[in-house]
Design a protein around this ligand. Structure first.
Ligand code: BES
Ligand code: MN
Ligand code: ZN
Length: 495
């Protein structure tokens, strides 16, 4: 996909389709008025007749003659005073969704002109968002369909803006790279679990560092992890025919003495629950239990493309959770890499088991911050639904930076407490702790468990169980929280 900026008059650019915005009732953006004038008032006429309403995310495709463009796509941006970053994203997504299956090859997009009411909104933000949404909305996962869908016609987008200087160009690149990162995340998440197993995930990391030489990859196998004492991680893969892998990816774009920002991803390539087997309904969706890992991969790809001046280390704990004669039993007590002992009362609470050893492992990088990403608890979905990621942190500043990044990126998180009172739910009669905290506040007790292994650095945990994928008819990976993570990492440049 060829996406470029242009400061030319939109109506003068030769293209298959011109995309313009129409608000509900209020004054039109300049480009819309110009298109209307070029068309002898056709758009005003259509509005009078009720074909164009301006209703948020409505679209109308109008074939035209005698213009440098063969069609005009009118996109409703809703009532002006309600116009937020979220409604802007909705209108943009509707436009791109319409273009995805259309017959236009070259499209001119004037939507960067349409400001939102947010005081933080700049033209660069809108250009960046256009880049991201173009990539995100044009994504398809068709690898396993034998009947190939007709290939997409759209291959060139010209984004009109007030200029095409470095600031706007960088913004466009950031958005496009973020969208491509989301798409890598989606590809990994959607890949079926008979293919996407820990060894395959490790190969994807090697592929990433082949394509982007700035990323260095190291893979630890089970023997090496055993030697390090990563027993809780290995207790999860014990029942699986697929061996676990620890996948380390390093990007060093900052000064050599600058502490790295560390990302840790839960990479359970399939979570059957183990001996504490899950019920059958919807179990296929547990292929998405490597969503944290997938978002780490996507973010690393975006960082590799943008090459900001920061150091980032990503570590993915990859394992498959299966029942078998060699599987870990409820009642087993395991000594973690930190030396703390864990009584496993439910083998389905496996995410915290692979993460806790990884949180101990990353101490060696002397991190500035550690953020882990995990589809950790069904309880988080009960608490926040599918709109917000659950955020937990032992550091006020880090929590605020992550919340702000999510807000800016339209990929929101919401903070839940890590108060000491909850820790008691993890008391075990036989070991230092047990791996479950009972039904009340399940997302919080899971985070409390992790906090015991993350005491030596500023740490945050993002529970993405409700946000990493969509269920139902639109089943598929969402690419979240790549936008949040990219925004957060870039906000650390020069800090
Ligand atoms: N991967 C699941 C969490 C999950 C469940 C995410 C459903 C998204 C949708 C996790 O490993 C798990 O099974 N958690 C248990 C923990 C419980 C046994 C304490 C859960 O949430 O039920
Ligand atoms: Mn589980
Ligand atoms: Zn799981």
């Amino acid at each position: 996909m060829n996406v470029t900026l242009s400061s030319k008059l939109p109506t003068s650019i030769k293209a298959d389709c011109l995309v313009v915005a129409v608000p509900d009732q209020e004054d039109w953006p300049v480009s819309t008025t110009q298109a209307d004038e070029a068309l002898g008032g056709l758009l005003s006429q259509l509005q009078k007749e009720g074909d164009i309403s301006g209703k948020l995310a409505s679209t109308l495709l109008v074939p035209v003659t005698g213009q440098p463009w063969n069609r005009v796509l009118v996109v409703g941006t809703g009532v002006d005073r309600d116009r937020s970053a979220a409604s802007y994203r909705k209108a943009l997504s509707a436009a791109v969704g319409q273009l995805r299956d259309g017959s236009s090859k070259h499209v001119v997009l004037t939507l960067a002109e349409t400001a939102t009411n947010s005081s933080a909104d700049t033209e660069a933000d809108r250009v960046s968002l256009i880049g991201r949404i173009l990539e995100d909305q044009l994504y398809r996962f068709t690898q396993f369909k034998s009947e190939k869908a007709p290939s997409r016609k759209l291959n060139k987008v010209t984004v009109t803006a007030s200029g095409s200087g470095k600031g706007l160009k960088d913004a466009l690149e950031t958005g496009l790279a973020t969208g491509r990162g989301m798409n890598l995340t989606k590809d990994l998440g959607n890949t079926p679990p008979n293919i996407c197993h820990p060894t395959w995930l490790a190969e994807q990391a090697e592929k990433l560092s082949k394509e982007h030489k700035v990323v260095k990859t190291e893979i630890l196998d089970e023997k090496q992890m055993k030697k390090l004492g990563m027993n809780t991680l290995l207790s999860v893969s014990a029942g699986s025919a697929q061996p676990a892998r620890l996948i380390i990816m390093e990007y060093r774009g900052g000064k050599s003495d600058e502490k790295p920002h560390v990302l840790v991803g839960k990479g359970i390539t399939f979570d059957s629950g183990g001996i504490s087997l899950k019920p059958g309904e919807g179990m296929d969706e547990m292929k998405y239990d490597m969503g944290g890992a997938a978002s780490v991969f996507g973010t690393m790809q975006t960082i590799a493309e943008l090459q900001p001046a920061i150091n980032v280390v990503a570590v993915v704990a990859a394992a498959e959770n299966m029942p078998s004669g060699t599987a870990t039993r409820p009642g087993d007590i395991i000594t973690s890499m930190s030396g703390q002992t864990v009584e496993i009362l439910n083998t389905d609470a496996e995410g915290r088991l692979v993460l806790c050893d990884t949180l101990t492992y990353v101490k060696r990088f002397d991190p500035a911050t550690v953020v882990d990403l995990a589809t950790l608890t069904g309880a988080c979905v009960m608490a926040l639904g599918h709109h917000a990621t659950g955020l937990f942190s032992n550091d006020e500043g880090l929590a605020e930076r992550l919340l702000a990044a999510g807000e800016r990126a339209g990929d929101r998180a919401w903070r839940l407490p890590l108060w000491d009172e909850y820790q008691a739910q993890l008391d075990s009669n036989f070991a230092d702790m047990q791996n479950i905290g009972g039904r009340p506040a399940g997302a919080i007790t899971a985070a409390c468990f992790l906090s015991r292994f993350a005491k030596d650095y500023p740490w945050a945990h993002l529970d993405i169980a409700g946000t990493a994928w969509h269920s139902g008819k639109a089943k598929g990976s969402s690419g979240r929280p790549v936008p949040l993570l990219v925004d957060y990492l870039l906000s650390n440049v020069g800090k």
